[in-house]
Design a protein around this ligand. Structure first.
Ligand SMILES: NC(=O)c1ccc[n+]([C@@H]2O[C@H](COP(=O)([O-])OP(=O)(O)OC[C@H]3O[C@@H](n4cnc5c(N)ncnc54)[C@H](O)[C@@H]3O)[C@@H](O)[C@H]2O)c1
Length: 291
C-alpha cells in the first residue's frame, strides 16, 4: 500500500463545512498530502480565510471555495460542476457540514429547529451524495464519506433532533453502500461517527456544559484518522472522545440499560430547568371538554 501522502496527491477532495472544526482540519490534512480541494461552507468569509491560510502554508495548494448552504440542491449542482471544471476529476466527497440541535428534551424543543437540523445534517448529505455520484463512476477509485456521529448509534437525552438526523445519515449511507457495492464496487461508501471533538459546533448557551465535558479530542487527530481510514476503506470510522465506549455499549447493552447510562451522564449537566414536572411542554394547550 502506498503512503497516505502518495495516495492522495492530485486527488480532488470535496469537503463541506470546511471553515471550522473537523472540516477545516480535513482540508488542512488533505492539503498537506497534495490533494486538490473543493471547499464549501455557509460562512463564506471564514472559508476564504481558511483557504488563504492553506495556500500560504502549503505553497500553491490547489483550492477552490464556495459559499453555500448544503441544504440547497441547486447550489450543489453548480459547486460540483465548478470542482470538475477546475480540476478535471472528482475523487472524494466528504459530507461533513452539520449543526447542533436544540440541546433540550423533546418537550422543550421546537419543530423549526428539527426541520433545519434535518435539512442540513441529513438532506445536506443526501444532496451531496446524489450530486457527486455521477462524477465518480468513471474514476478508477473514489469515495463518498458521510459524517454521522456517536449520536447516530445511541439515542442521547437532549439530542432527539440531532440524533434523528445522524441516525438518518447512518441508515441512508449503510443502505447506499449495500446497493452500490453490487454494481460500482470501486466507489467506497463510508460512515464517520465522531465522538467528542473540540470544535465550535456547540454554540447555544444550553450546550456549553456539554461542550466543556465531552468535546475534547483535537480536530486534527480525527482528520488524520479519517484520511488513513478512507484510504484503507474502513466502512465505519469511529473516533474521538467516548466513541469506543459508546460504540461498544450500543452493540452490547439492552436499550433500557443504555438509556439509563446515557441519561445519567446527561443529567450531570446543567439542564435541570427543562426537567421540571410543570414544564410548559407537558401542558395541554387548550383543554377541550367534550359535551
Ligand atoms: N464536534 C463533535 O464533537 C462532533 C461529534 C459528532 C459529530 N460531529 C459532526 O461533525 C461535523 C462537523 O462538525 P464540527 O464539530 O466540525 O462543527 P463546526 O461547527 O466547528 O463546523 C461545522 C461547519 O459547517 C458549516 N455549516 C453548518 N451548516 C452549514 C450549511 N447548511 N451549509 C454549509 N456549511 C454549513 C459551519 O459554518 C461550520 O464551518 C458535523 O456534521 C457534526 O454533526 C461533530
Amino acid at each position: 500500500m502506498p503512503s497516505v501522502q502518495a495516495f492522495y496527491t492530485n486527488k480532488t477532495v470535496i469537503v463541506t463545512g470546511a471553515a471550522s472544526g473537523i472540516g477545516k482540519a480535513l482540508a488542512k490534512v488533505f492539503a498537506s498530502y497534495g490533494a486538490n480541494l473543493a471547499l464549501c461552507d455557509r460562512d463564506g468569509e471564514l472559508l476564504v480565510a481558511t483557504a488563504e491560510a492553506l495556500i500560504e502554508e502549503h505553497n500553491a495548494a490547489s483550492v477552490i471555495t464556495r459559499e453555500m448552504d448544503v441544504a440547497d440542491p441547486q447550489a450543489w449542482q453548480s459547486f460540483v460542476n465548478q470542482a470538475y471544471t477546475q480540476f478535471g476529476h472528482i475523487d472524494i466527497c466528504i459530507n461533513n457540514a452539520g449543526i447542533e440541535g436544540t440541546s433540550a428534551p423533546v418537550w422543550a424543543s421546537d419543530f423549526a429547529t428539527l426541520e433545519r437540523v434535518m435539512a442540513v445534517n441529513f438532506y445536506g448529505v443526501v444532496h451531496g451524495t446524489r450530486s457527486v455520484l455521477p462524477y465518480l463512476i468513471d474514476r478508477p477509485w473514489a469515495a463518498i464519506v458521510n459524517v454521522s456521529s456517536i449520536f447516530g448509534m445511541i439515542g442521547a437525552a437532549n439530542a432527539a433532533d440531532y440524533c434523528a438526523s445522524k441516525f438518518a445519515v447512518r441508515g441512508y449511507t449503510e443502505a447506499f453502500r449495500a446497493e452500490l457495492a453490487e454494481i460500482y464496487p470501486h466507489i467506497q461508501i463510508q460512515l464517520v461517527h465522531p465522538g467528542g471533538i473540540s470544535t465550535n459546533i456547540a454554540r447555544r448557551d444550553n450546550s456549553q456544559s456539554f461542550k466543556r465535558k465531552f468535546l475534547t479530542t483535537a480536530p486534527q487527530k480525527i482528520a488524520e484518522h479519517i484520511a488513513l481510514r478512507v484510504m484503507r476503506n474502513q466502512a465505519r470510522i469511529v473516533y474521538g472522545n467516548q466513541s469506543g465506549l459508546v460504540h461498544m455499549a450500543s452493540r452490547l447493552l439492552p436499550l433500557n440499560w443504555l438509556a439509563k447510562l446515557v441519561g445519567k451522564q446527561m443529567r450531570q449537566l446543567d439542564m435541570q430547568n427543562d426537567y421540571r414536572l410543570d414544564h410548559p411542554g407537558f401542558q395541554v394547550p387548550e383543554k377541550k371538554v367534550d359535551k
